[in-house]
Design a protein around this ligand. Sequence first.
Ligand SMILES: Nc1ncnc2c1ncn2[C@@H]1O[C@H](COP(=O)(O)OP(=O)(O)OP(=O)(O)O)[C@@H](O)[C@H]1O
Ligand SMILES: [Mg+2]
Length: 340
Amino acid sequence: MKTIAFLYNVRHHYPDPKDLRNQLEADFDDPITNKHQIKHLRNCGYRVIPIEANEKAYYKLYRLKDEIDLVFNIAEGLHGLDRESHLPAILEMLQIPYTGGGPLTEGLILNKVRTKEILLLNHIPTPPYQLLKTESESVGIKLDFPLIVKPLAQGSSAGITNKSVVYHKKELRNQTKKIISIFKQPALVEPFLTGREFSIAMLGNPPMVLPIIESDHSILPKKYLPLDSLEVKWYFEEKTEGCDYLTCPAELNGKLKSKLKEMSLHIWEALDIQDWCRIDIRCDEKENPYVLEVNSPPGILPPEISSTSYFPLACRKIGIDYKEMLKSVVAAAWKRYHHK
Ligand SMILES: Nc1ncnc2c1ncn2[C@@H]1O[C@H](COP(=O)(O)OP(=O)(O)OP(=O)(O)O)[C@@H](O)[C@H]1O
Ligand SMILES: [Mg+2]
């Protein structure tokens, strides 16, 4: 029987669109979510050692390293802009095999600008951008309003609300100031694209592209702007169980479908992703796709908690249930270490 150490971070507050401070832990999971994830891993037939990825995790991993066959890593890391690279770096040092990308890839992927730089070098389209380190910096003439202001290195729509879309300089300054002071990181500014939006889950090495998810912003009630904001992801989607809002597989013509697939495979290579990821893409009005960001590890809320968690949803569409999904991620990583 394989011994799997499950590495995770714990959220203490449910994200609140009105309180940016309450969004700092949005990337982490509630204790009840972790409980179900551990149960599902055990149901796969593994011996599971849960380890919270806090400051003490190093000691636990060090002490248990000879017992652990593989780490199932969904930790996002606790401190600093490079936090997602911390656990993979520790695991490299201890020579413990683990799921997902290495420290360089994980650090890069959390940082939306570093990701964009690599994408641009590889001629993969991503929206133009500017990084603002202070609220008084002005944006270049190449960026036209409306713009969207996002934290540089967060996930789960933390800091991304209706207020993130700004229409003039004063709003831009206010939102930039908020992001910098609450998240203690620069603000990323991009043109606000209003075309179709897709999320593309990938699994395995080489990866298979899972059925593409589309979010239909046109059905959102008026109070929500057309984007996957914190309000939409954490309140609207969860309450409506994604009925009608998420389409999977998305209805795509052959040309767009192959373009999205080709882009995703190119991104996987360019960023050196391993085992699994989810890529967010939004189009302009002419249906030209642009990469917004890459999620690795992707969120995997269990069915007891959510029916709209994107990665498990895409898996279900090809008959891979939650348990099989966990097994497939383990198998992908296992193969990398044991069948070179
Ligand atoms: N440039 C943009 N133009 C239009 N919409 C955007 C843009 N950037 C972000 N969005 C919207 O905001 C949402 C969240 O942005 P993004 O994916 O960058 O954040 P995230 O917090 O890392 O997301 P995740 O929940 O996938 O981790 C997107 O799904 C999209 O709807
Ligand atoms: Mg996203």
